[in-house]
Design a protein. Structure first.
Length: 392
């Protein structure tokens, strides 16, 4: 690895040169089964033919023009994306390049909504302990994990963290005179694949609606079909006992299958808040990213595609639970987003799996995280799980 890179990553000793489906190949031609999707990004796996073709075609025509001009490709992508989120009440979208950038946009949107309606001082954003919202200073300020904060203060003012699951604490924190929004991952990804309880999300939605505090879901990791519904928050709708509507949703990661893109979606209350000049992004939603995003959205919208993701997720959960392995603790997840607690160092386990040709990632010191590409087959899942079991 070149020594000119800043020292920000613990990179594993492998260099991939190509991929195909759920497999990656290193310089020596050794193959690896990918249970990570580049941290939930390669939603359609590697070298997905329709995605590669759309990118090739778009690159040969037009990669970028800037948001000074109109783009039919971006318009088609935006329409499809809003349609995919219409069930959650989304009406408009702003396109960005990453999860952190999408969350920054969401925070700006919430603050402006509150300022215009209630005046200054009502700008607080409540987030959950254990949350992860990104690495820019404000997304980091929203992130409820101290380990990411050290060395980087001062942070953006106006964030308050509450323990997940504690409805009383949430009730106290959502002070309507000071609070613009609640930002929550329906399933916390980075801190261990931790789904919020249904009653908690229902209570949060009710409190937010009563107090005109914006309910914002960070679906950067859990969105775009990863959990078996287009948005993970959809799985909380019926259980809530009433049909709640999120006000803002952020997406990124898997949305364009590996081409950088992020999205801020706005529901009925927030759709007209931003005015021209309020927010922008040079690359945001350029024709190349949009062309890739269209393929992902069209693929995920196919009949049975999301049901297949749910089935594959159940296959993973039931297989691991059936092992009754003494080294495995809790196993949890939705769709193709699984967290497995083990009794030893998860990083060491991942290193051993790499040697055996299986790619895994961690989510905390003792949790293995599985995020395989949506196109993985049942047989490939069994192959990867078999390797994990042998390693355990
Ligand atoms: C829930 C969530 N939000 C935000 C982010 C930040 O995304 P990005 O790395 O694209 O800025 C992540 C990244 O892991 C995430 O999991």
């Amino acid at each position: 690895m070149s020594s000119v890179f800043m020292n920000t990553y613990h990179r594993l000793p492998v260099t991939f040169t190509r991929g195909e489906g759920a497999w990656l190949f290193d310089q020596a031609g050794k193959k690896y089964l990918d249970f990570t999707s580049g941290i939930a990004v390669n939603s359609l796996g590697h070298a997905y033919p329709a995605l590669a073709e759309a990118i090739r075609e778009q690159a040969a025509k037009l990669i970028h023009t800037s948001n000074y001009y109109q783009s039919d490709t971006a318009a088609v992508f935006a329409e499809k994306l809003v349609a995919a989120c219409a069930g959650a009440g989304m009406k408009k979208v702003f396109l960005a390049n990453s999860g952190a950038e999408a969350n920054e946009g969401a925070i700006k949107l919430a603050r402006k909504y509150s300022l215009k309606k209630y005046g200054s001082g009502r700008h607080r954003i409540v987030t959950l302990k254990g949350s992860f919202h990104g690495r820019t200073i404000t997304a980091l300020s929203a992130t409820g994990q101290d380990r990411f904060h050290k060395d980087f203060g001062p942070f953006t003012e106006g964030f308050l963290f509450v323990p997940p699951g504690d409805i009383d604490a949430l009730d106290r924190a959502l002070d309507p005179s000071a609070t613009a929004g609640l930002l929550v991952e329906a399933i916390q990804g980075e801190s261990g694949i931790v789904p919020q309880r249904e009653a908690y999300i229902a209570a949060a939605a009710k409190l937010c609606a009563e107090r005109d505090i914006l309910l914002m879901f960070d679906e950067v990791q859990s969105g775009v079909g990863r959990t078996g519904t287009f948005l993970a928050c959809e799985q909380y709708q019926d259980a809530a006992g009433f049909s709640f509507r999120p006000d803002i949703i952020t997406l990124a990661k898997g949305l364009a299958g590996g081409v950088p893109v992020g999205a801020v979606l706005a529901g009925g209350k927030t759709e007209h808040v931003f005015e021209a000049g309020d927010h922008a992004s040079t690359f945001g939603g350029n024709p190349l990213a949009a062309a890739a995003g269209i393929v992902v959205l069209e693929t995920v919208a196919r009949t049975e595609f999301l049901a297949e993701i749910r089935r594959k997720g159940e296959q993973i959960l039931s297989a691991i639970k059936s092992w009754n392995h003494p080294r495995i603790g809790d196993v949890r997840g939705r769709g193709l987003m699984t967290g497995i607690d083990i009794d030893s160092d998860a990083s060491a386990f991942i290193g051993a799996a790499l040697e055996q040709g299986l790619l895994l990632i961690t989510a905390g010191p003792h949790t293995i995280r599985l995020l395989p590409p949506y196109i993985i087959t049942g047989e490939e899942i069994n192959q990867g799980l078999g390797l994990m079991r042998e390693l355990l």
